[in-house]
Design a binder for this molecule. Structure first.
Ligand code: SAH
Length: 339
């Protein structure tokens, strides 16, 4: 049976029309789901009993189950079980500007980046839009707070689940629902070029982040297999086109891995690659995992790398760290649970 959180307002309106109900009921239902946040159809008290029963027949109103929660000062991690038993992770980060939720987009991931825990489990399936929506709703319920920002940077490659991700954005962005501003949503991709092109034609003002992690094809192909399919030239050209079309600034994420991609010459090559592009670079200290031998760069090399980019007029920040104590790197909670 369909989950009611999987419907855009428009789909809900069409459904209501199809059962001879008034279209405006969709807004009332959205209000119950996303503003009053009721737990059952029975609580939708201003709908007729008949309609409530019909909704019960046609839909479930269900969130995932919480399996495990880890809390730190500035971060909470949640392990959720989906209705088919698969496990996903969601990470809440407490910023001074609000609460940001890092949601998963797939069960497992097929991208095979050598440093990433998520890909140790190959993709089992895409998450449906409702399985992303309910990650937000559940964490809002648990924390009794409002999530102000969403980053699609958890387990999975969002552009390998494109349609469901766009649907998710439509649902949470709806002013009658969660009304999460599209500028407060960020999609992170490892660089699936045709989808970057497609994304540039979407009506949303959603932010785009690119996981770059290397400034040359030879190095990038070694650590991110997707680069063999969409090499840097294609990727950078797609990003340039995207910026031209949307007028929006793009973020490049760059994990610093000791002795892999953190040399001074890498920083110089990176500055050259990004010269003149309206972007900023987010340097990420690598979150180590016992399943890999890769190490994070030492802090003086992180600083040197940063300084070289700055000197070359690249906008750059070093990402504040969240929860390395509680294995916040994507996929670590799930994979520790399985072992
Ligand atoms: N597949 C998408 C989104 C998920 S990964 C993407 O590749 O962008 C989100 C970000 O976390 C990516 O930049 C990824 O490279 C990074 N990441 C993965 N493992 C990490 C780790 N152990 N420490 C720090 N960042 C990590």
């Amino acid at each position: 049976m369909r989950n009611i959180y999987d419907l855009t307002l428009n789909e809900l309106e069409n459904y209501l029309l199809s059962i001879n109900e008034k279209k405006y009921r969709a807004i009332q239902i959205y209000d119950f789901l996303y503003v009053k946040k009721v737990a059952s159809f029975d609580d939708m008290t201003n709908l007729s009993l008949e309609l409530r029963n019909k909704l019960k027949e046609d839909f479930v109103l269900e969130k995932p189950k919480l399996i495990k929660e880890q809390q730190d000062v500035d971060v909470n991690k949640y392990l959720f079980k989906l209705s088919d038993g698969n496990l996903i992770e969601t990470v809440l980060m407490k910023h001074n500007y609000g609460l940001s939720l890092c949601v998963s987009s797939e069960v497992g991931c097929n991208m095979g980046c050598i440093f990433c825990e998520s890909g140790r489990l190959k993709k089992v399936r895409n998450l449906s839009a409702y399985e992303l929506v309910t990650q937000i709703l559940y964490v809002e319920e648990l924390t009794k707070s409002r999530i102000t920002h969403v980053v699609i940077m958890g387990i999975g490659e969002p552009f390998d689940n494109y349609d469901n991700i766009m649907k998710f954005v439509t649902i949470v962005n709806d002013p009658k629902g969660l009304a999460l501003g599209s500028r407060h949503i960020t999609i992170s991709t490892c660089g699936i070029v045709p989808k970057i092109k497609k994304f540039s034609e979407e009506p949303f003002q959603v932010n785009l982040a690119i996981s770059l992690h290397a400034p040359t094809d030879s190095l990038r192909s070694k650590i991110m297999p997707i680069n063999k399919v969409y090499p840097l030239d294609d990727l950078i050209n797609a990003v340039k086109d995207y910026i031209k079309k949307t007028n929006r600034r793009v973020t490049f994420e760059y994990i610093l891995l000791d002795n892999v991609n953190d040399k001074d010459s890498d920083a110089i090559a990176l500055a050259k690659l990004l010269k003149g592009i309206n972007c900023y670079v987010n340097l990420i200290p690598y979150n180590e995992s016992s399943n890999f031998t890769l190490k994070r760069s030492n802090s003086s090399q992180i600083r040197t790398f940063y300084d070289i980019l700055k000197k070359n007029n690249i906008n750059v920040t070093i990402r504040r760290e969240f929860g390395s104590k509680i294995s916040a790197a994507c996929g670590q909670l799930r994979s520790n649970k399985e072992e």
